[in-house]
Each structure stands twice: as structure tokens, then as C-alpha cells.
Write a protein that binds this ligand. Structure first.
Ligand SMILES: CC(C)(COP(=O)(O)OP(=O)(O)OC[C@H]1O[C@@H](n2cnc3c(N)ncnc32)[C@H](O)[C@@H]1OP(=O)(O)O)[C@@H](O)C(=O)NCCC(=O)NCCS
Length: 178
């Protein structure tokens, strides 16, 4: 079952993040950080055990980040990450954000969910605040990937020539739904 995390999940989430963080596969987060942002996390739970988790980070105006995606190695390959990513994208789509991005090594996994590689320089500078304290700060080799959250903008991305028409259509729909 995929559900929003509660404070009771914080220890299990932090353990998973640390398991992969200590191998340099993701940014470490301490227990106070996890607890402070527990409302941003999803967990995949089975029989009371947390098999994986991920979080959304809404701190920017128009974009949202999916981060801290960590799965228990005993359950790799069972679509735990896929279900967590889908839950994150679904929630983000119901927000007012336009784009979701991730910094990851798992490029083909995120590609399955419509994420495309983007230049890191297209992300707001504030994204890099989180990197302070990361041992790789100056030599970050994670790949930036992003996808639009609104289906019309997704279509427009796939047909750049129609971008202007699609944007107009989107704006008109948004106006009508006010
Ligand atoms: C990457 C990770 C989250 C994948 O978890 P998972 O539950 O095993 O993934 P899924 O079962 O949902 O995999 C779905 C697909 O993604 C692919 N995939 C899995 N891990 C991958 C990786 N590291 N890189 C690229 N593709 C990957 C799988 O091959 C699978 O493909 P298929 O649908 O064709 O069979 C997990 O290996 C993990 O926790 N790794 C360490 C931390 C990490 O790298 N997190 C991502 C940071 S954003």
C-alpha cells in the first residue's frame, strides 16, 4: 500500500535513506530533517513494514522536486519505486506547480514516467542550497530530469511547433475554471 507518511514512519524512512546515502547514491537526511518534513513523504508499506519512501519538495514557485526515493534492497525490482513515483507525480499534478524534477542516477526509471533529461542550469539556483554539505557538492554527477505536470503542456513539449496554441488553450481553460 502506498500512503502518506506519519511521524511513526520517520525512523524507517531515515534508515532507508542512510542505507543508500552512505554509498553515495543519494543525499543523506538526518532524523530531525525527515521528521520536520514528514508530511512531504510517501511510504510503501506491506504488513506494517516500510519497503520504500520518497518525498516531494514544494519550496519553489513553479516547480516541485521528487527526492529521497529509497527502496529496501530486499524488495528491489518489485515496482516499489514505480508506485512511489506515480503517487508523487499524481499528488504534484493536483498542486499549482507546472513542472516536476528530480536529480537522479536512475535515468531509465524516471524516463518511464515521462521525465526527460534537462540542463542543470535550467533549474533555479536555490535547488543547489540542498547540496551544501554533500561530499560531491562541486562534482555532482546526478542527472537532472523534469516533466511538465499539465497534460496540455506535456503534449506541447512533444510538438514544439504547436507550443503557442497549446499554451493559449491551457490559459483559456485555466481562465474558464476560475
Ligand atoms: C532506484 C531504486 C529506487 C529502484 O527501486 P525499485 O523498486 O527496484 O524499482 P522498480 O521495481 O519500480 O523498477 C522499475 C523499473 O526501473 C528500472 N530501474 C530500477 N532501478 C534502476 C536504476 N537504478 N537505474 C535505472 N533503472 C532502474 C528497473 O529495471 C525497472 O524496469 P522494468 O519496468 O523494465 O522492469 C532503488 O534501486 C534504490 O532505492 N536505489 C538506491 C537509491 C537511489 O538510487 N534512489 C533514486 C534517487 S532519485
Amino acid at each position: 500500500m502506498i500512503r502518506k507518511a506519519t511521524p511513526a514512519d520517520a525512523q524507517a524512512i531515515q534508515k532507508l535513506i542512510h542505507l543508500h546515502g552512505e554509498k553515495g547514491q543519494m543525499l543523506e537526511r538526518d532524523i530531525s530533517d525527515v521528521l520536520a518534513h514528514i508530511g512531504d513523504f510517501f511510504v510503501c508499506e506491506k504488513n506494517g513494514e516500510v519497503l520504500g519512501s520518497c518525498a516531494l519538495n514544494y519550496q519553489w514557485d513553479r516547480i516541485v522536486e521528487i527526492r529521497s526515493l529509497a527502496v529496501d534492497p530486499a524488495h528491489f525490482g518489485q515496482k516499489v519505486a514505480s508506485r512511489l513515483i506515480q503517487a508523487g507525480v499524481d499528488e504534484a499534478r493536483s498542486s499549482d506547480k507546472e513542472t516536476i524534477f528530480v536529480l537522479t542516477y536512475a535515468v531509465s526509471l524516471f524516463h518511464k514516467f515521462g521525465f526527460e533529461i534537462v540542463e542543470k542550469s535550467t533549474l533555479p539556483g536555490k535547488v543547489w542550497n540542498d547540496c551544501q554539505g554533500c561530499p560531491k557538492e562541486e562534482n555532482c554527477d546526478e542527472i537532472a530530469m523534469a516533466r511538465p505536470l499539465h497534460p496540455i503542456l506535456q503534449e506541447a513539449l512533444e510538438s514544439p511547433g504547436e507550443m503557442a496554441d497549446k499554451k493559449l488553450e491551457f490559459e483559456m481553460q485555466a481562465h474558464q475554471s476560475l
